[in-house]
Design a protein around this ligand. Structure first.
Ligand code: KG4
Ligand code: ZN
Length: 331
């Protein structure tokens, strides 16, 4: 079964073609990061305009790369939420227009579900049940994945998302957007010299909170500046990152034990973080729990993961026929 998928929920315009939900025939991604970098974050109106400019090109490039014709496609899909409303509408409208013109079925896809499914593309043997940790720029979810399309949410963030914390801390450190990869790189040369709070780590709830940690970092920077003392960016990056890692590891493993699972699957842009991967693998090895995460190109936003989600949804027959854009769509 050939699926065409479109992703345009934030600052990447992407089109992919997949065979049977796990084999990528093309995955073209046009990133807007260089444009938004100037403003220190994504500017929604600019994002929408750039999606309009890029959408036909990425679709044509994906078709050319896959060596398929439109007639070969069995299913068309696009992200319908969560995300920026203007951005979502571009990919969704393009997908629906294609489906209508070609007389093919169309599915609107949940972006968060897409992040989880990125793992099915990379790890051919992976199948539910497992515990999923989705950590991206806009979302943090700790879930039990019972089946390909059956999720139970145990925890989410009560304030900032994990990636948002990385980006905001980086901004306060005068580092470029997106801050996650820069902090990751700096931290490799740093030592954990500052003790930041592990917010909510011992609470029974599986929820996360990252804004208190962010504030602690901002206070540290302000105090150092007031005293005219030097800030060692590598140490600050390392100390912040370790606080995030500890909370993510502690809560995810706790849920894994509670549910008697032996697989943890990471996804979302922050799962590209080298220290997060290392910390999960170290503990996983000790505890006999297998750790999966996508390749770097499939951690951040892309249409291939949407195509994989669309395939499993379609096969289940239990999909929502709603194809309207929903900026606040929950998992
Ligand atoms: O999944 P994604 O592309 O977008 C959303 O759906 O939100 O994630 C983007 C986020 C940004 O916050 C970025 O800073 C973060 O992923 N990120 C990282 C790393 N690479 C990307 N965070 C920490 N370490 C990284 N290496
Ligand atoms: Zn995403």
């Amino acid at each position: 079964m050939i699926t065409l998928a479109i992703e345009s929920s934030c600052d990447e315009t992407s089109c992919a073609l997949l065979k049977d939900g796990r084999e990528v025939l093309a995955n073209i991604i046009a990133s807007q990061i260089d444009t938004h970098k100037k403003y220190g974050g994504v500017v929604p109106e600019i994002a929408s305009r750039q999606h309009v400019e890029a959408i036909n090109t990425v679709i044509n490039e994906a078709m050319a790369k896959s060596n398929l014709t439109f007639e070969d496609i069995d299913l068309i899909s696009a992200t319908r939420g969560p995300g920026l409303i203007g951005a979502l509408l571009v990919g969704l409208s393009a997908g629906k227009a294609l489906a209508l013109g070609l007389n093919k079925p169309f599915l609107g896809i949940n972006h968060i579900m897409g992040h989880v499914c990125a793992n099915y593309i990379v790890h051919k043997d992976l199948k539910p049940p497992f515990i999923g940790l989705i950590i991206s720029g806009g979302h943090t979810y700790l879930i039990e994945v019972k089946d390909f399309i059956d999720f139970k949410i145990y925890g989410t963030t009560v304030d900032d998302a994990a990636g948002e914390a990385f980006d905001k801390v980086a901004r306060a450190m005068n580092l470029p957007y997106p801050g996650g990869p820069v902090i990751d790189r700096l931290a490799k040369d740093g030592k954990e010299t500052i003790s930041f709070p592990r917010v909510m780590i011992k609470e029974d709830s599986y929820n996360f909170s990252f804004s208190g940690l962010k504030t602690a970092v901002l206070n540290y920077i302000n105090q150092k500046n007031q005293k005219g003392e030097e800030i060692i960016k590598e140490d600050l990056a390392k100390s912040f990152q370790e606080a995030v890692v500890d909370v993510l590891v502690e809560k995810t493993f706790r849920l894994t034990y509670e549910k008697n699972m032996d697989i943890i699957v990471l996804s979302g842009g922050v799962s590209a973080n080298s220290r997060i991967r290392e910390a999960f693998e170290e503990k996983g090895k000790k505890e006999g729990i297998k750790i999966y995460y996508p390749t770097l190109d499939l951690c951040t936003d892309n249409a291939a993961m949407i195509g994989s989600a669309a395939y499993y949804l379609y096969k289940s027959g239990k999909y929502d026929t709603n194809t309207f854009a929903d900026p606040n769509l929950s998992l």
